[in-house]
Design a protein. Structure first.
Length: 275
């Protein structure tokens, strides 16, 4: 049995599908199984990483687990996993742990990696760069006039499709030997201006990027992120204007196929940008 935490998230939903397609028995940890809308065949159980009392039952009979990084809330899960005899944990981490200055976000992920490593349970770390799914935050602006307003439009990263992250995580869960680290990017280094252009070209709609002050974007980020995280993301984006994120071949070498392109991702999420 494989347990997937964060099963209704961008990576978790795709991971559940990958594991079912591989013929695995899958259990999904979710706050409300009745509204989770998970595929048939999944053993959806109620629980939350921040509610330790829910974890022993969720981990009963689980030999492998995908662990979503809820910062500061992994100790109870790891203790319950040890008690259950879970033999392999695949942790979703971040490439920010490899930065010379990991910043607030990198430090949070480093703490998660350290907790898993210290647990004594065999582990694998999956370290993606920025998610393509983050650009779904542009959907309202695309639908309402096609102008995306942001800062550091020429900052260039190599965003990765959540389907590729899930596929690599599934590979790791099914691999005979834990202990590897997978650093993932997409196939292309693209600026925000490039990505807005690709959205328009893929969907056949007019789009443009409009530069606005940093503080305007920071205020939007603070609606969903703590201030240190917002500042770290903006600083990294600013730095990528002169030091673009390079691409890595990890998805191809791991799965034997190329990673999805940004245009692939846009087409997959077309309704979010046009409905």
């Amino acid at each position: 049995m494989i347990l997937v935490t964060g099963a209704t998230g961008n990576v978790g939903r795709n991971l559940v599908r990958e594991l079912l397609a591989a013929g695995e028995d899958v259990r999904a940890l979710t706050r409300d199984p009745a509204t989770a809308d998970l595929p048939d065949g999944v053993d959806a159980v109620p629980g939350d990483l921040t509610r330790p009392e829910t974890l022993p039952a969720a981990l009963h009979g689980v030999d492998r687990a995908f662990l979503f990084p809820v910062h500061g809330a992994l100790d109870a899960f790891l203790a319950a996993a040890r008690q259950a005899g879970t033999g392999h944990i695949v942790l979703l981490s971040s490439d920010s742990v490899t930065f010379t200055e990991p910043g607030w976000i990198g430090e949070q992920h480093l703490a998660c990696e350290q907790a898993v490593a210290d647990s004594g349970i065999p582990w694998t770390f999956v370290r993606p760069t920025v998610f393509m799914a983050n650009d779904l935050a542009w959907a309202d602006q695309i639908r309402n006039g096609g102008t995306v307003r942001g800062v550091y439009g020429t900052g260039a990263t190599a965003p990765v499709d959540e389907r590729d992250i899930a596929a690599v995580a599934a590979h790791a869960l099914l691999a005979p030997s834990p202990g590897k680290t997978y650093e993932l990017t997409g196939t292309e280094t693209l600026s925000q201006i490039d990505r807005v252009r690709v959205i328009g070209a893929t969907l056949g709609i007019p789009t443009r990027f409009e530069e606005v002050p940093r503080e305007t974007v920071r205020r939007r980020l603070l609606d969903r992120l703590p201030a240190p995280a917002a500042d770290f993301l903006l600083d990294q984006l600013a730095a990528s204007r002169t030091t673009p994120t390079p691409t890595l071949p990890t998805t191809r070498t791991t799965l034997g196929r190329p990673a999805h392109t940004y245009a692939d991702w846009v087409a997959h999420h077309a309704t979010a940008f046009t409905r």
